[in-house]
Design a protein around this ligand. Structure first.
Ligand SMILES: [Zn+2]
Length: 238
């Protein structure tokens, strides 16, 4: 949507691709602006393909992952920002939370997307949620005049994790990504270090498209991405 700003924060540099690339592409295709932040490159824990190579180094993995994430971001019309905090474990202390809050104050996003609060399979995804939730509150304040620089409260949603039931994820929003599935496919193809996930998330988008058709009766929806709202959305009428 023209003039709308979206901030997507992933623990690792490829997370946004599997879970929200189609939605980001729709946002930017409609005239919105999007920034993708990677708190780390996932260089140690989510770069399986690269670590099979003899003599591989962490610095080289980071360099490759940076290029992949930039290409994927470009494919969906977003700007990529790497914080390079390190992964497995991702540790986001107060100064790093403030770095994220500063970005939020400057960018003043209308909508923020990140991981769900729980993930029994991944130590870094919940750490990212906690950092984003805290930074968002340090950005928006308590809805009253504040003694620090603020930006207006954003919408706050989490994107679909790999095993949704075990992460307590219940979709409350489906975004129809039929028109941007090709951009998502291109973004997924950019992530050579995790190529094994491409087919999996293509299937997930088809399944969510089926669910979105059932909810709406709109037979034109072929692909969708699922999100869960953390906060109620406010409307002027139903
Ligand atoms: Zn991840």
């Amino acid at each position: 949507m023209t003039g709308r700003r979206m901030l997507v924060v992933g623990a690792h540099s490829a997370d946004f691709v599997w879970r929200a690339a189609g939605t980001i592409a729709r946002h930017t295709a409609g005239g919105g602006e999007a920034i993708v932040v990677a708190l780390s490159y996932g260089e140690r824990g989510e770069s399986g393909g690269l670590w099979k190579e003899q003599g591989q180094t962490e610095e080289n993995v980071k360099r490759i992952r940076h290029g992949e994430a930039e290409r994927a971001s470009t494919a969906v019309g977003a700007t990529f920002r790497a914080f390079d905090f390190g992964d497995y474990p991702l540790d986001v202390g107060p100064e790093r939370v403030d770095q994220l809050a500063e970005l939020m104050r400057d960018f003043a996003p209308h909508v923020v997307l990140t991981h769900p609060q729980l993930d029994p399979f991944n130590p870094d995804h919940p750490a990212a949620y906690a950092a984003v939730a805290r930074a968002r509150l340090l950005t928006s304040g308590a809805g009253v005049a504040s003694g620090f620089r603020t930006a207006a409260p954003s919408e706050f949603l989490v994107f679909e994790p790999h095993q949704p039931e075990l992460c307590g994820f219940v979709p409350t929003v489906y975004v129809d990504i039929t028109s941007t599935i090709d951009a998502k496919a291109e973004a997924m193809s950019s992530m050579a270090a995790q190529v094994y996930l491409k087919e999996y998330y293509q299937q997930r988008a088809e399944q969510r498209g089926n669910h979105a058709r059932k909810v709406t009766g709109n037979a034109d929806i072929r692909y969708a991405e699922a999100f869960q709202r953390i906060l109620p959305n406010v409307v002027t009428e139903l």
